[in-house]
Design a binder for this molecule. Sequence first.
Ligand SMILES: [Ca+2]
Ligand SMILES: [Ca+2]
Length: 319
Amino acid sequence: MRERRAGDRGVALLITLMILVLIVTLVWEVFRVGARAAQTGAYGRDSIRAEIVAEAGVAAARIALREDAGDNDYDTLDEIWSRPVPPIDLGEGTIRIVVEDEERKINLNRLVLPNGNAPDDQRLAVFRRLLEVLEIDPSLADAVVDWLDNDDTSRVGGAESSYYRSLPFSYKAKNDFLDTVDELRLVRGVTPEVFEKLRPFVTVYSSGKVNLNTAPKQVLMALSAGQDAADTGEIGESTASEIIEFRKEKPFKKIEQIGNVGMFLSDLYKKTRIRDLMDIRGTAFHVRSTGEVAGTIRTIDSVGIRSGKTIQWRYWRVE
Ligand SMILES: [Ca+2]
Ligand SMILES: [Ca+2]
């Protein structure tokens, strides 16, 4: 039954994309006329076309996200917006689209309290555990908190402006929330290698809760550090894998259903504050759409916040 419905949705997506292809073709025609007047070179023309194609990809993702909002109020890896889409061949060009919810990641901006005065100890513990799981020095967590907190007093293992000012290219600690994950590169201890390791698992856009239906193993393992009853134990690699296997068959429609996976998780859910960190849906969606025309590639990297059936773009960058 479930397979059948998923198949129907696949057809719906295909129709959506076919309509978009028509739109793109029309836009190209319009552009052909405009290009003569603008005396754009071949590269400029293909570059603009590639960007238009990439925009069509973002539009397709937006339609999928809006459709999904009408289907149910949980978000899984087996839905119209999240399933991998094969490259869409437009004859003269290609679109590649990748969509993921930001709730599958840990929100770095939530490592401090909303007033920026102090760390959020529960979430800090989660982030520290994520670093351990990824085999990154956990003291990086203190450097990130110092980067975010509004004082200039270094935490043990942290770093404030006094450190950053001593660098060959000196700068100050931001002492404010991150606008992009890329800013992490400025924080002490974030080498290019560390950044690449960490990037898939952290965000600055999510609700601050983790979607149990989409979170990768490493994030699920990190979550159990955010409990107040230390003797309950941690979500290890095998428990995280159990969650992932379980949700393939039965997506979580309510957070308490995590307890259905097994006794340990049932206890963890009932006896600790871990529930404060959990959700079964996404609110922020990362859409990466690449258009290619005659070998010229443009990518739109964007993040949309979904509320009801409305998507508002909070981040938009053309590469
Ligand atoms: Ca600070
Ligand atoms: Ca500080």
